[in-house]
Design a protein around this ligand. Structure first.
Ligand SMILES: Nc1ncnc2c1ncn2[C@@H]1O[C@H](COP(=O)(O)OP(=O)(O)O)[C@@H](O)[C@H]1O
Ligand SMILES: [Mg+2]
Length: 294
């Protein structure tokens, strides 16, 4: 009798768990930029682990490493891809040759210094990049971009071309000021991008809430822009260790406090905005906006 009941309960639990993991079919590839005003707040850590967390739900993710110069994402996974976007621009390689799989459902699109060249393509190069990047649509559900920090052209172009942006900040005052500055720049671009916020390196939930509320108050009052708290991530020494080992914490310590928080952020993304239509029409909107073709 008890055995039977026990069986039922475990079966139910399994069903619920499986139901949780059923992914929502997306019509268009969703483009999500991860950005910050200040550097060193944890963008790259969030990007690589968020990709792993979304892949647990069977989403296919391509990570575009858009941080100029620094090959952040490659380093986080401890890999050295042979080619990057520059080889695409010059026509030496196809998109399929450049993409670098790093985990089940997760692939890197190495950008590196080639990213800055996207702004100055001639007609032939433009067509080539368009055709190649257009093929991404059938390869993944989500394009996740590590944009790098600050208010430079590349960062802002990536954000305005995306469907959603996640602004990362920490509780320290300079990170708050710089996050506000970034959101102001986003507002000034008059894009339709959804602005979401993640507070990283917090000691507890209260600290996360208070940090977010301070930012939200200023944004509401002076910018009148709606923003949304997507989640927070605990300060966790296992993250530092994973960075040193060049393996994402989601690989090595999937039960760590920081990764659990990131799994929560992945659930929020699926619940919140993956259900709503993409404002910039996914990858096609992204490419034409990025390359300024209207
Ligand atoms: N939740 C966290 N807990 C502890 N350390 C963190 C956390 N998130 C990031 N870090 C550390 O902060 C540093 C910067 O993180 P990184 O992801 O490279 O930031 P960014 O890409 O914004 O420059 C890294 O050394 C990383 O180990
Ligand atoms: Mg980084």
């Amino acid at each position: 009798m008890y055995d039977q009941m026990y069986d039922q309960v475990t079966k139910l639990r399994r069903l619920v768990r499986e139901k949780d993991k059923v992914k929502v079919k997306l019509n268009n590839m969703r483009v999500i930029a991860v950005s910050s005003g200040k550097g060193g707040v944890g963008k790259t850590n969030l990007v690589v682990n968020l990709a792993l967390a979304l892949a647990e739900h069977k989403y296919k993710i391509i990570i575009l490493d858009g941080d100029l110069g620094l090959a952040n994402v490659d380093v986080a996974f401890g890999v050295i891809p042979d080619y990057n976007i520059r080889h695409l621009i010059t026509g030496q390689k196809k998109i399929e040759d450049i993409l670098y799989p790093v985990a089940r459902g997760v692939t890197i699109f190495p950008g590196a210094s080639g990213i800055s060249e996207l702004a100055n393509l001639d007609r032939g190069q433009l067509e080539n990049v368009l055709v190649n990047m257009g093929r991404l649509e059938n390869m993944a559900d989500i394009l996740l971009i590590d944009t790098g920090a600050g208010l430079g052209h590349t960062v802002l172009n990536f954000i305005s071309a995306s469907d959603d942006v996640i602004v990362v900040l920490t509780p320290e005052p300079p990170a708050m000021t710089d996050a506000y500055g970034l959101i102001k720049a986003i507002k000034n671009m008059q894009t339709k991008v959804n602005v979401n916020v993640v507070v990283n390196m917090v000691e507890n939930e209260l600290e996360a809430q208070q940090t977010y509320e301070r930012l939200e108050q200023a944004v509401k009052r002076f910018l009148g822009l709606p923003i949304n708290l997507l989640g927070w991530i605990y300060k966790d020494p296992l993250v530092n260790r994973s960075v040193l080992n060049q393996k994402p914490v989601g690989f090595t310590n999937s039960r760590s406090p920081a990764y659990k928080c990131i799994q929560g952020i992945a659930s929020n993304i699926m619940r919140n905005y993956l259900q709503t239509p993409a404002v910039n029409k996914g990858i096609r909107g992204f490419i034409s906006s990025l390359l300024r073709i209207t």
